[in-house]
Write a protein that binds this ligand. Structure first.
Ligand code: ADP
Length: 254
């Protein structure tokens, strides 16, 4: 149990990382949160991707977060997932965050110390892409119970997974596994799977590093549409159900 301030009781914290932006890290974070919430757990998402925040939009949240003397209150999604993101604090949702690293790191720290999360079973952290200083801040500030690496087949997968793996290892955080996004496309007529980016090497890499492949998501227009419309909670795709089962069994909530 992580006690960051007197008001919060957060049981398990999972960071979702990627080597670069645009590989679907936020979608994977949101989907994992939605699926764990559906299993009845109390779930939160801390959007630590300060310069590219997309979590509120994916859930269709445009309200601003309220603050009291006690701290900052997270927003709640339709199904009661608690969310904190810089976009809930900015006046204009589309104003760019052009702050320098230390300021960005400061916000991440505040999301950890000043947000009134209260009781959470699983807190998912949408990490900034890459292995920047801000990522390091998250590792150093927040007591992660594990990380999940999101990659796509055309990434320099080996290097990226290894980098994330080494960073987590040096911070003594377990790597729970890899999710491969945009793995394939399925023909809506004949269900044939097409490997758009060629054969995946993910199994081999996972084997070398002795970590699990937790799931594969295809390129699916329904996913993109749900993100655009702010309706990720309505998705009935179960691409990541195996990943959620794995999280549930590895990081048990007593
Ligand atoms: P990241 O957090 O890595 O920057 P996002 O999760 O924000 O990436 O995804 C970037 C964009 O790609 C989003 O608009 C999302 O809708 C789309 N996208 C991600 N994964 C898929 C997928 N498997 N199928 C279709 N669209 C996807």
């Amino acid at each position: 149990m992580s006690q960051n301030n007197g008001k919060n009781a957060i049981k398990k914290i999972i960071g979702v990382v990627s080597g670069k932006g645009g590989v679907g890290k936020s979608l994977v974070t949101s989907s994992l949160a939605v699926l764990t919430r559906r299993k009845g757990y109390k779930v939160g998402i801390l959007d630590a991707d300060i310069t590219g925040p997309s979590i509120p939009k994916m859930f269709g949240i445009s309200n601003k977060a309220l603050a009291s003397e006690e701290g900052i209150l997270p927003e709640k999604t339709q199904n009661d997932i608690k969310i904190m993101s810089i976009n809930l604090l900015l006046e204009e949702e589309d104003s760019p965050v052009i702050w320098r690293g230390p300021l960005v790191s400061g916000v991440v720290k505040q999301f950890w110390t000043d947000v009134i999360w209260e009781d959470i079973d699983y807190l998912f952290i949408d990490m900034p892409p890459g292995t920047s200083d801000v990522v390091l801040t998250v590792f150093q500030t927040i007591p992660l119970d594990g990380i999940i690496v999101v990659t796509t087949p055309q990434d320099l997968v080996h290097m990226i997974v290894r980098k994330a793996y080494n960073m987590a290892k040096s911070m003594r955080v377990p790597v729970l596994g890899i999710v491969e996004n945009m793995s394939y496309v399925e023909c809506p007529h004949c269900n044939e799977r097409i490997n758009v980016f060629g054969e995946s090497h993910i199994e081999g890499i996972a084997k070398t590093l002795d970590i699990e492949v937790l799931g594969r998501m295809p390129i699916d227009p329904i996913l993109a549409e749900a993100c655009d419309k702010g309706e990720v909670e309505k998705l009935d795709k179960d691409y990541l159900s195996q990943a959620v089962d794995y999280i549930e069994s590895k990081l048990k909530i007593d």
